[in-house]
Design a protein around this ligand. Sequence first.
Ligand code: FE2
Length: 405
Amino acid sequence: MTSPKTSLTLPTPDFYEYPWVPVQSVETQGRFLILRWADGAELTAFDLWLRENAIGQGGIDPSTREALLDPAHLHDDIAVRSAAVSDSGSVLVTFGPDGVTAEYHPGWLRHVADGNHRASSWLPNPVEWTSSSLPEPPTHDGSRVLTDDAVFGAWLDDLLRYGLARLRGCPTEQDFNAELAAQIGAIRDTNFGHLWDVKAVVEMAGFADTNSTANTNLRLGPHTDLPTRETPPGFQFLHCIENEAGGGFSTMADGAALVEALRVEHPEHYDALTTLRWIFFNRGPGIDHRWSGPFIDLGVEGAPLTLRAFYPVRAFPDMAPQDQPRAYAAMRCFSQMADSERFKISYSFTPGDVVGFDNRRILHGRDAFESGGRRHLRGMYIDQDEIRSTARVVSRRLANNNNEG
Ligand SMILES: [Fe+2]
């Protein structure tokens, strides 16, 4: 058996530094180790999971910090032979059949005991809102967002918390959204393009020559973009470059709050919208995007809410004829609630604004224009994964800086 190490800088299965929180005791119960800390925290660790997370020795690759063990090569003889707490509070485990001993950082084990390894960790809890609890989009300083981690992190957190957060005072350069994306993650490309224009020369007449209702002077009811995709884009960012048009206020409503209200107040409509499917269809030269899904797509436990709410591309009921009357009644109720003063907020765009919102949770829309003038917004999509990853990284960086400061 190798001699116990007492280093306080043990490598861990990832690239983070963990505070050293000594383990007090370890007890074997069948194939599990029960680890306990002095303050009462406890972790039940399965033998094969511990073996997978041994640094080196065929467990975690020290350079990539990724797991090396193919499940096909796991076998029951790997079982723990002995386990002990070292003098410094790390955990030493010897595995069969070859007597490999691994040492585990107690702070890394503790972060698992505390639940800080979960997908929700380092992210804010979502907060549902209505027009009375959030009359204006939470607003942050766009002139500092690219240079000040505290501003950047607070804006990302509000995007995840409320599904809606605005930057004010950003530059009005055409490609500012791309500069923001460079700091967040990959732009989600679609048939609208990488960065796309919502450009209206509002002349208060007729239909524009465009492939999207967004580029007309018409009212746009509360909706979510691109329900025609298996996974519609996660977040949408609208950057205002100029706005001389009258009216055309933007509207937002929190779909998460609306779905909860519907569940409580109209359970029959909730049932219809969460189970009956529709076929959504993007019609265009050279494209044929279609997806069938419910209007309110709850996904698997813990997944972000996906609303498939966009009448311009809702094409066919994908349900039995006898279900269609209740499907239409439920959609009507949902859309009236989304457009009601209870849920909807309205605001105007000022050049230099970037309004970001969760495209699958927040219902966005636009009032009709009242007077002519130029309005130019540039949009982009960035998926949930990129926003969450960057928000975690920035939260951890800010926490580290605070600890060091
Ligand atoms: Fe839209």
